[in-house]
Design a protein around this ligand. Structure first.
Ligand SMILES: Cc1ncc(COP(=O)(O)O)c(C=O)c1O
Length: 341
């Protein structure tokens, strides 16, 4: 199968799995797992923050950040397309009593003016504008990379209004390898930020949430409270360290492959629109007279190609180490066959 469904399906390589065997281990809850501590220190430095906490998933990073930063009745300003709003089971409300205030940016990216108009005045009646969320890159925005000036501008507006800032950096490293702008620079004005290891970086699971030492103290308490504290977590942290050492180059290949797929999809008549391809995600819409997206997914399966349907006419292809140029060729060819070219 040529699997473009998601980079979350990236499989650990043998060398990555081998790294587990050599990892020194200890009890993470007691702060005694050296491999986890090493990973946290490395990611804190990478993201330009004082400290970091290893989590089992990116979802846990987002939810814990919301719990630490906000009180019940507070509001998070975010894009309508973000993961926090669409794919986390309503947990900001369920776990933290927090409301989300969605903005309708372009491909997941909104402006400082959008933030300004979403800010609530001090009022006895309204939720309290408390946190700004930026998703770099924007998943449902087609992997769009937030330009640095826009990130700086929205963060500045939020900070000036007394909000805390949080970055969902699930694919931040895809942006870093594309633009050459460091992760720490992107995250400079953010109180908390995390990166995911289970996507393009290819580890089986794990994400690291970074911020001030005080923020991380609180995040640790929440991790413990939610049952996310581990024991010999070095077996999970070792593949993440391996990914930092060996898989950043892979993200460059992923971004390049996605760009070339996006270009070729533009030429298929049954495809109406391809969102700009900034990183490793290609989102495209098919024309009214094409089969619906779900049917295209089924037809592609017969051609040994896996893709995701996102709405009636919208499809998404994601590149990662599971696929290469030959897979890209197969995908474009199969889509051309199904959609009339
Ligand atoms: C932008 C974004 N944020 C958060 C997550 C959640 O990450 P995890 O699957 O590690 O919980 C995802 C997962 O796909 C994502 O795409």
């Amino acid at each position: 199968m040529h699997d473009f469904y998601a980079d979350t399906k990236s499989l650990p390589t043998k060398a990555m799995l081998d790294s587990i065997l050599l990892a020194p281990l200890g009890d993470e809850q007691k702060g005694e797992d050296p491999t986890t501590a090493q990973l946290e220190a490395r990611v804190a430095e990478l993201l330009g923050k004082e400290a970091a906490v290893f989590m089992i998933s990116g979802t846990m990073c987002n939810e814990i950040a919301v719990r630490v930063h906000c009180n019940p009745g507070d509001e998070v300003i975010c894009d309508a397309s973000c993961h926090l709003l669409n794919y986390e089971c309503g947990s900001p409300a369920a776990l933290s009593g927090v409301v989300l205030h969605p903005l309708h940016g372009k491909n997941g990216i909104f402006s400082a003016e959008d933030v300004r108009s979403a800010l609530r005045p001090a009022s006895r009646y309204m939720p309290v504008s408390k946190m700004l969320l930026v998703e770099q890159t924007s998943n449902l925005g087609g992997g769009a990379i937030w330009p640095l000036e826009t990130i700086d501008a929205v963060a500045k507006t939020a900070k000036a209004a007394g909000l805390v800032t949080h970055m969902d950096g699930a694919r931040l490293m895809n942006a870093v390898v594309k633009t050459g702008i460091s992760a720490a620079r992107y995250a400079r004005d953010f109180d908390s930020v995390w990166i995911d290891f289970s996507k393009g970086l290819g580890a089986p699971c794990g994400a690291v949430l970074a911020g001030s030492a005080e923020f991380c103290e609180h995040a640790w308490r929440q991790k413990q409270a939610l049952g996310g504290a581990m024991r010999q977590s070095g077996v999970l942290a070792a593949p993440c360290l391996y990914a930092l050492d060996h898989h950043l180059e892979q993200l460059i290949l992923d971004n390049t492959l996605a760009a070339s797929i996006g270009e070729r999809l533009e030429d298929i008549p049954g495809i109406e629109r391809v969102l700009p391809v900034d990183s490793n995600i290609v989102i495209f819409d098919v024309t009214e007279d094409s089969p619906p997206a779900a049917e295209i997914v089924d037809l592609l399966k017969n051609e040994d190609v896996l893709l995701g349907a996102f709405g009636e006419r919208r499809l998404r292809a994601v590149t990662c180490l599971n696929v290469d140029e030959a897979s890209g060729e197969k995908l474009v060819h199969a889509l051309g066959k199904i959609l009339g070219k």
